[in-house]
Design a protein around this ligand. Structure first.
Ligand code: APR
Ligand code: ZN
Ligand code: ZN
Length: 361
């Protein structure tokens, strides 16, 4: 029997989001219905609402979530009702060219639920990133459910489903930060702070936080930054070089997504160092760099897609490290809110007041 639950939809471009009744079909083959316990508010949800991702309104927002599997469809063996899971947007296919070459974290053909959730009048909803978890329940592909230790708080676990994983993964997976490395992180919001946490976890010797907002730099310190640079008042390239013996950092993580900060990352890096772009640019942005500098400075210029994470490998590991007190993911939860507060949370996000607002059920 299809179920009726409450969920937050974005009805149209730049229209306020609102709570509506959502119809959840029974899970079909390869699908699961998950009872959501917590779901973080991410920039991507705001981008959906603004029509910046695509035009397939109405969207069922929310994609940074944890909950309990309620029911599974035919042929599902990886999870069962009662499992505590984090939802991921990288349910790997096992058969695309990336998966076949043993690089499933790049999977080019990830799974989502085949059936659509709808409004009461039958209007089909587009779930954000194939998840749609600002809702009491949601329908996903079973591969989107990653089992983790149920002892962790859901509002903390859910954050690994997107932003925090993107940042930690930018450091440990894409940037391959190692013991003794110097790292600079440009942009210290939720993603940049997570990159700082990841860098510390990996054993970085020096972690330089760069931001234009002193409040963000203060938080960055509590996350593990050893040095901070306000790039509104100080040239960040010069500052990073000064702090690294005149050379630049081994790894620079760009967590803003703008040409000028990418350029800073490019030049704040030591010879043969690595730049990781985890901030997401907009379509009109362009980058110009002397090609001789690209050649002459060597190293690697990489993008980090969702922290190049493999959910089945990374989510349980990071939950365990959090439970052991070796990383503090709870520090990313600024406030918990109700389902009706998402519009307000977008406002706070815009003001830069929060790392994460998390809807709890
Ligand atoms: N130089 C340095 N820092 C900057 C600059 C700049 N020119 N412009 C903005 N910032 C800082 C902000 O002060 C803020 O601390 O970047 C940070 C951005 O943080 P958030 O807005 O909280 O965004 P976050 O969730 O961390 O995501 C960052 O990653 O996944 C992508 O789409 C996401 O592009 C976004 C980026
Ligand atoms: Zn694949
Ligand atoms: Zn997200």
């Amino acid at each position: 029997m299809p179920q009726h639950v409450q969920g937050v939809i974005a009805p149209g471009r730049n229209e306020p989001v609102r709570v509506e009744t959502i119809v959840i079909p029974d899970p079909g083959p390869g699908e699961a219905v998950v009872k959501i316990q917590a779901c973080g508010v991410c920039h991507t949800d705001l981008h959906y609402k603004q029509g910046a991702i695509n035009d397939e309104f109405p969207f069922l927002l929310g994609h940074e979530a944890a909950g309990i599997v309620e029911s599974v469809g035919e042929g599902v063996t990886d999870v069962e009702p009662g499992d505590f899971v984090i939802l991921n947007w990288r349910a790997v296919c096992g058969q695309c060219r990336a998966c076949l070459r043993g690089r499933p974290w790049y999977c080019f053909d990830t799974h989502n639920a085949k059936q659509r959730m709808t409004l009461l009048d039958g209007t089909e909803l587009s779930p954000a990133l194939g998840i749609g978890a600002f809702a009491e329940k949601t329908l996903v592909a079973s591969g989107q459910c990653t089992k983790v230790d149920p002892a962790v708080a859901p509002e903390v676990a859910g954050l690994l489903g997107c932003g925090v994983m993107a940042g930690i993964g930018a450091a440990i997976n894409t940037g391959n930060v190692g013991r003794g490395d110097t790292v600079a992180v440009i942009g210290c919001g939720g993603v940049g702070d997570a990159a700082i946490v990841g860098s510390r976890l990996a054993g970085a010797a020096k972690i330089i936080a760069v931001d234009i907002d002193d409040r963000k730099l203060e938080t960055a310190r509590t996350m593990g930054a050893t040095h901070t640079v306000n790039s509104r008042s100080t040239d960040p390239v010069e500052a990073v070089r000064e702090l690294t013996g005149g050379f630049g950092a081994d790894v620079v993580i760009e967590a803003v997504g703008r040409p000028e900060t990418y350029r800073q990352a490019f030049y704040a890096r030591d010879l043969a160092g690595t730049v990781v772009l985890v901030g997401v640019p907009t379509p009109e942005m362009k980058l110009e760099l002397p090609l001789l500098d690209v050649f002459g400075r060597g190293g690697a210029l990489k993008s980090s897609w969702y922290g190049d994470c493999l959910p089945s490998r990374d989510f349980p590991m990071l939950v365990d490290l959090h439970q052991q007190g070796r990383i503090d993911l709870a520090a990313f939860v600024t406030e918990t809110i109700g389902l009706g507060d998402v519009e307000k949370a977008f406002g706070r996000m815009h003001e830069g007041d929060v790392l994460r607002s998390v809807v709890v059920f």
